[in-house]
Design a protein around this ligand. Structure first.
Ligand SMILES: [Zn+2]
Length: 387
């Protein structure tokens, strides 16, 4: 007979695994797998290429389609250089709050779900409840696709997903996407006095930057606009540039890292298409007219699709029913919700804690948020039993 842990003990366990995105999350995943196994639930693990990180997917209840996914990422952002007042990987309870890295973003949601497992098990669920715990969310949602591919290929399709990112238990049915790229220009070097014989990679990279500024200006002035976001339009940013070797050498190589964050109503493919057209039809031919060996290569660094508010979303309908909330919000941060949606699984974001605490030193969650999440998941349990 295993004892049911309370949610706070489970938060303490999970915070104790230092699952910073750069490091392995396997200790946490194996802990969850073993705990689920103790309760008779088997887990499916999908790994990254080096098998240093894994997603976990488990089903409680019947192995049928139409289930509810409780989705959370196991990784956390780094703590290095932040002024923490207590050990970020040791849960500390002060003034009605739980402090520790990942308390808000987003181990508490996972922990409450795990803590309620014995109750889920004891209930005679008609609708399956799935746990979907991912890796590498914080570095651009790269991890969860392995889990989604496994569902698509091998498992009955769930009806909807609840992404437990911190919204103070409000329902977020939309967020912007984030698409980041690194574009590498390779020109031809030479003496800086003979510019006509070389192709300057920095100058051509600057043309990409100017093109991105034009696209940004268009979005800012012409829209589309959505007032649930600040700013209410699609943005572009150039984050890094590196190129050249010396003042008197024509720069052969230059690398630009850039991103755009589309509104849910903007088609990301059309934005990418406009940048690619400019590079391949305009800029590259001009470089090659001098140096046929010149290249422009674009590598995708991260792809977080926007979460689109869907009419008649079963995810939104269920979470409205369970929380009693009668309005929805848009959130400024990206989540795995858009990827679930792309995989044909409607999703909304609703979880305990506040995004204002996330990624900060002394990250915390209010105990009343943990309680609210517990009440919410018990209501879900009740619904899944009676359905
Ligand atoms: Zn998060």
């Amino acid at each position: 007979m295993t004892v049911q842990p309370n949610p706070i003990e489970m938060i303490e366990r999970l915070v104790g695994f230092p699952t910073v995105s750069a490091d392995s999350n396997l200790d946490l995943i194996h802990f969850a797998r073993d705990y689920l196994a103790q309760h008779g639930i088997s887990s499916r693990l999908t790994y990254d290429a080096d098998r240093r990180k894994a997603n976990l997917f488990a089903t409680i209840g019947p192995e049928v389609a139409g289930g509810v996914v409780l989705s959370g990422h196991t990784d956390v952002v780094p703590v290095a250089g932040q002024p923490w007042e207590s050990d970020p990987f040791v849960l500390s309870r002060r003034d009605g709050r739980l402090y520790g890295r990942g308390t808000s973003d987003m181990k508490s949601f996972i922990a409450v779900a795990l803590a309620l497992l014995p109750e889920f098990r004891a209930a005679d669920l008609r609708v399956p409840i799935h746990f979907a715990f991912s890796y590498d969310e914080e570095t651009g949602c790269q991890g969860v696709s392995g889990l989604l591919d496994d569902i698509a290929a091998n498992l009955p399709r769930p009806a909807l997903a609840i992404i437990g990112e911190p919204t103070d238990m409000q329902i977020a049915n939309r967020h912007k996407g984030c698409y980041a790229y690194r574009t590498i220009f390779t020109g031809r070097d030479g003496h800086s006095s003979a510019t006509h014989k070389g192709v300057n990679a920095i100058s051509h990279a600057a043309e990409l930057i100017a093109h991105l500024s034009r696209l940004a200006g268009e979005q800012r002035e012409q829209g589309p606009f959505d007032d649930s976001f600040d700013p209410p339009y699609t943005t572009f940013n150039v984050g890094m540039i590196a190129g050249g070797t010396a003042m008197n050498i024509i720069a052969r190589r230059c690398e630009v890292t850039w991103e755009f964050r589309p509104l849910p109503s903007v088609n990301p493919e059309s934005v990418i298409g406009r940048v690619q057209d400019f590079l391949s039809r305009d800029l590259l031919p001009r470089m090659r007219s001098v140096a046929p060996e010149a290249t422009i290569e674009t590598v995708q660094e991260c792809m977080v699709p926007p979460l689109r508010n869907e009419a008649d979303s079963p995810a939104e309908a269920l979470v409205r029913l369970l929380t009693g909330a009668n309005h929805t919000i848009g959130v400024a941060f990206g989540t795995e919700g858009g990827l679930f949606q792309q995989a044909g699984i409607p999703a909304v974001v609703c979880g305990p804690g506040s995004i204002a605490r996330a990624h900060q030193p002394n990250e915390f969650i209010e105990l009343e948020q943990v309680e609210a999440c517990t009440v919410f998941l018990r209501k879900l349990l009740d619904w899944a039993r009676r359905r």
